[in-house]
Write a protein that binds this ligand. Sequence first.
Ligand code: HEC
Length: 301
Amino acid sequence: MIACGPVGPFSGGRLSGEPGPDEVPSWAFAAAGERAQVETRPQDPHSVNTWFAALGADLYVPTSMIRGPESPEERGWVAHVVADPRVRIRLGGLVYERIATRVEEPGEYERARAALEQKYELDPEERDPARQVWIFRMDPRPSAKGPGLAEGAALLAPFKRELQQALREGMAEGTAAAIASCRVRAPLIAEQLSSDRVRVGRTSHRLRNPANAGPAWVTPLLAAYRADASDRAPRLVPLEGGGSGYVEPIVVQPLCLGCHGSDLAPDVAERLAALYPEDRAVGFATGDLRGVFWAELTPAP
Ligand code: HEC
């Protein structure tokens, strides 16, 4: 066994094995396995042994649930996935090419986490509050025919990551101070990640900044998410001229309430009122639809 990837708890390089299919309708056949191997960083492959849980057509891989660093990104493989979500995962001898999508929707997160806890016999009551556990869903890669959901997700990943980081850094100075960080950095990040072929952004049915109005094709998709609160799946739609549009719902988390909730601190409310006289983005509760992330792809000439 040389250069075959990880053995035991050690990490290895590129995974060997026959390629598995793009679509797997049910992972039940693999559910009982103890470990999977995940390969990250396509340009210089690195692989590790991981836990996983199979739920129907969805396959989930968690970051360290009991040992190792408390902050997920301190693990090399997690940092790789954040930088580039393309992974390969080996299960039952086959190697599947996938996109690792971090599960953010609370309902799905809890389902996946409960499945993992059950499988590895962890008591949910004993979750360590200091430990952050991220869960990645192993989504199919885009097909060769054109962009797919996974390519849309991959395009948005850096946008989401950098927004989160800007918010985190801003919040370290306090909520009122962080407003400036959102105001200045969010549009810059969107601009930096856009190119001739790709535009990304975020918008809402209740805008804070009118400049965040999205392209026209986003409107009906946003309306559909609003009409059915149980539908939070990403969507890909064909656009006129051969391009594609991708959207993902944005759900309000507790962290957002300081600036989008109903009970704003007076200094926050004052600053928002001064900067955004038409602000409609307050009064949200955790779990509400805040808006969508969108990505627009133009076909190559
Ligand atoms: C520190 C205050 C603050 C926090 C916390 C905050 N936001 Fe915002 N948010 C803003 C500001 C300011 C803007 C307007 C930025 C601009 O001018 O482009 C904004 C804009 C947005 C927009 C763009 C659409 C619009 O209304 O203009 C979305 C979507 C959004 N926020 C979602 C969130 C989510 C989700 C969270 C929690 C993860 C969050 N925000 C946390 C201050 C905040």
